[in-house]
Write a protein that binds this ligand. Structure first.
Ligand code: G6P
Length: 469
């Protein structure tokens, strides 16, 4: 069973409004990676269906059993927008925005985690494997272990885990580590995230940590259970992107995008959820200064910035949107000509086909996150560049930097370095670009998202078997 905040489907409203709504599989690697396994192994997926105050009965979709967890409007506000996205999200991303700590949010987080755990415990077969996903559900592993000691429990944290010096701010720092330690295996994106978690377990729970094993002690001080923490860098559905990138319709669409932009010499691209962790402001500042310095001009360079709408009811996200849109308006107002626009800003989400066309159209991809668990856009761009052309500017603070060492790595806080990196990418010779892209593509082709889920589940199996013997 998989447990995640959101179910892997989106609702499609019936246009006539007559018959019931239908569901469509959500885009994204996690679903692609797990769906075949879920179908084969009679698995089920527990998650919220996305609408408040509505109970949806369990249903099947695409051969997967889906078990919706209902959330009230208050729970969406306190557990999801509040504790998950205004406490944990900023805290785990190096406090780029100030986290807020409210006891009412914490109460709701506990209650909702219990709802997810109950729904899972009620459905899981004896000895089943349960894989809990991400920071919204960190208490679920312990709740499940208490209710169902027969289960093998995995947890994967898709976002960074902060160093103990930052994690220390959380008033509920002990309870969350204790909740996570209910799992047999805890997966993180980078070895440094796993290390941060183990240091916090030691510091705030007094756990003893040997290599990657965290010993969880009972009230009498005896070890009751050993959890293992390890890095499993997530990846993407490589085959799908690879195929789309060779599809003549999509190649034609990429040419059209270039043409519609006036065939500039260089197209630069940014693709992000509109989130303050993504470093969009830093990217815009560097681009603006390059225009100001005359190193780039709107006649020969165009930046496309896709910023998909996200968490729009959370204050920090509303403020960010105003700021980014103000900045884009300012830059375009200053540098646009009747013919050319400096930045095409698109506050939309696009289907994967259009994303791949954009990747194919872009000579330079800018991933300048200030902190990011992985950043799958970077991996998608590289995969789509089947001709080994194009250049990737990649933040050191994105997990993907561990695997994509041939990118132009940058500290996005250092605007001069960022400007130099953008110019290196713009001016890179085809020979150098090809060498770098080849090596990055090989890394990703060898490590797709199926490889990720398989390695995690095999490690979970092995660990449980070893503990039992
Ligand atoms: C990140 C998180 C996911 C989350 C996604 C979209 O990738 O790790 O857990 O689902 O952002 O955010 P949302 O709040 O819309 O689910």
């Amino acid at each position: 069973m998989v447990v995640s905040n959101r179910l892997p489907v989106d609702r499609v409203s019936n246009p006539e409004g007559t018959a019931n709504d239908t569901w469509r599989r959500s885009p994204g690697g996690l679903v692609t990676a797990l769906a075949p396994m879920m179908t084969k192994s009679d698995g089920a997926w527990v998650g919220w269906h996305g609408a408040p105050d509505e109970t949806v009965e369990p249903f099947s979709h695409d051969g997967m059993d889906l078990i919706p967890v209902a959330l009230t409007t208050a729970e969406v506000e306190l557990y999801y927008e509040g504790f998950s996205n205004a406490t944990l999200w900023p805290l785990y991303h190096d406090v780029i925005a100030p986290p807020e700590f409210h006891r009412t949010w914490w109460d709701s987080y506990q209650k909702v985690n219990q709802k997810f755990a109950d729904a899972t415990a009620a459905r899981a077969a004896k000895g089943a494997t349960v894989w809990v996903q991400d920071y919204q559900l960190q208490l679920v592993p312990k709740m499940l272990r208490q209710a169902r000691p027969d289960l093998r429990i995995g947890f994967f944290n898709h976002i960074p885990f902060p160093p103990p010096e930052i994690y220390a701010q959380l008033p509920w720092r002990q309870a969350i580590i204790d909740g996570l330690l209910g799992a047999d295996l805890l997966g993180f994106q980078r070895p440094s995230d796993a290390g941060n978690f183990m240091r916090s377990a030691r510091r705030f729970l007094g756990a003893s940590v040997k290599q990657q094993q965290v010993h969880v002690k009972g009230p009498n001080g005896a070890t009751t259970h050993i959890a293992r923490a390890q890095a499993f860098p997530i990846s993407i559905a490589v085959e799908q992107i690879n195929e789309l990138a060779r599809d003549p319709k999509i190649l034609e669409r990429a040419r059209q995008i270039r043409h519609d932009l006036g065939n500039p010499k260089t197209i630069l691209l940014g693709v992000d959820r509109l989130d303050y962790t993504k470093g969009i402001r830093h990217r815009l500042k560097a681009f603006e200064e390059l225009l100001q310095d005359g190193k780039l001009s709107v006649e020969d360079a165009s930046l496309i910035q896709v910023a998909s709408p996200s968490r729009e009811r959370v204050e920090q996200y509303r403020l960010l949107r105003e700021e980014i849109e103000g900045t884009v308006g300012h830059i375009n107002g200053t540098y646009d000509t009747i013919q050319n626009t400096a930045i095409r800003y698109l506050h939309h989400s696009y289907p994967i086909e259009e994303m791949v066309a954009l990747y194919l159209a872009a000579d330079v991809m800018l991933v300048t996150a200030l902190r990011d668990g992985m950043n799958l856009v970077a991996k998608e761009y590289v995969t789509a560049r089947t001709e080994n052309t194009g250049a990737l500017v990649l933040s050191e603070f994105a997990g993907a930097a561990d695997q994509l060492k041939q990118a132009i790595l940058v500290n996005p806080h250092d605007i001069d370095w960022l400007k130099d990196s953008i110019m290196r990418a713009v001016e890179m010779t085809p020979r150098e670009a090809s060498k770098r892209m080849k090596s990055m593509r090989k890394q990703i082709l060898d490590h797709d998202v199926e490889h990720w889920s398989r390695s995690f589940l095999e490690a979970l199996d092995e660990k449980v078997i070893r503990d039992d013997s």
